[in-house]
Design a protein around this ligand. Structure first.
Ligand SMILES: Nc1ncnc2c1ncn2[C@@H]1O[C@H](COP(=O)(O)OP(=O)(O)O)[C@@H](O)[C@H]1O
Ligand SMILES: [Mg+2]
Length: 260
């Protein structure tokens, strides 16, 4: 099973949109996709029309129940309105885990262990991350074969990218596993100077980890989330979705190289 994490220590850069759009594209290829919402804001969960406050079980239970058997893990997974896409929903309670679990031995690898067990049911898992470095992000990074770092092409967003790179450096020191990541410029508006200039800066500083293309600004993403569906299902011909299609092809090619 391929495991990707979508992370950036800044909100509003297109993380959740990246998760849901890639998932829609993968589902159309017949891949069985599991999405994991590790963000206490649970916006991925609401994107599929679920109210996380009303759910009996969420990803929170994975961290508190201490039962990583396949049967129990399957109980944490919900179907969605899209064929082939399943969801391990998030909840506000996830925000408490940093305090309660903190630096407990082995806690950073719980998600990795859970996903290894769930690999019998899915081809691809994509983890949506909160914009803070904590137990959730550490778990997500440790479980993934590649990290996708969406970066809004505007100056304030560059700080978040810098912070993310520092986090990778810190984790590289503590983790046996090498973290592979790709920076993906999002919400690129070719008419604005801010987009051009920030992309130039990103190119200069992150050239060797930068995706070769950009995700353009496209109002279809907001339309789709209001309809609780991936834009890749509702608006397959939109510019934004086409860009994600190219990103997906590149990501799958990288996976092929990694495994081949
Ligand atoms: N390429 C894009 N073009 C236009 N709007 C976008 C694009 N990507 C995301 N958005 C919108 O921007 C907002 C923030 O995106 P989201 O994916 O929720 O960011 P994050 O998960 O990083 O907080 C959402 O309203 C989303 O619909
Ligand atoms: Mg989000």
């Amino acid at each position: 099973m391929i495991v990707w994490t979508v992370a950036n220590q800044k909100g509003g850069v297109g993380k959740t949109t990246t998760v849901i759009t890639l998932a829609g594209l993968l589902s159309k290829q017949g891949k069985r996709v599991l999405l994991l919402d590790t963000d206490p804001h649970a916006s991925l969960t609401s994107c599929f029309g679920y109210d996380s406050d009303e759910l009996d079980v969420t990803l929170f239970d994975l961290f508190t129940e201490n039962d990583l058997s396949l049967d129990n893990l399957r109980k944490l997974i919900l179907p969605t309105n899209v064929n082939n896409i399943s969801l391990m929903p998030g909840s506000i309670a996830l925000a408490t885990l940093d305090k309660t679990l903190g630096a407990q031995e082995g806690v950073g690898l719980l998600l990795d262990r859970a996903l290894k067990t769930l690999a019998v049911d899915f081809d691809v898992a994509i983890i949506d991350c909160p914009p803070v470095l904590g137990v959730m992000m550490v778990n997500a990074l440790a479980a993934s074969s590649r990290i996708i770092v969406p970066t809004q092409t505007e100056f304030l967003a560059l700080k978040g990218l810098e912070r993310m790179m520092k986090t990778f450096e810190i984790l590289r020191g503590t983790n046996a596993k090498e973290l592979k990541y790709i920076v993906v410029p999002t919400m690129y508006d070719k008419r604005t100077r801010a987009s051009h200039e920030s992309l130039d800066t990103i190119k200069k500083e992150y050239e060797n980890v930068l995706w070769t293309d950009v995700i353009p600004v496209d109002t279809r993403f907001r339309d789709a989330s209001q309809e609780h569906m991936p834009a890749s299902i509702l608006y397959p011909d939109s510019r934004g979705v086409k860009a994600y299609q190219m990103l997906l092809s590149d990501l799958l090619m990288l996976e092929g190289q990694a495994h081949g």
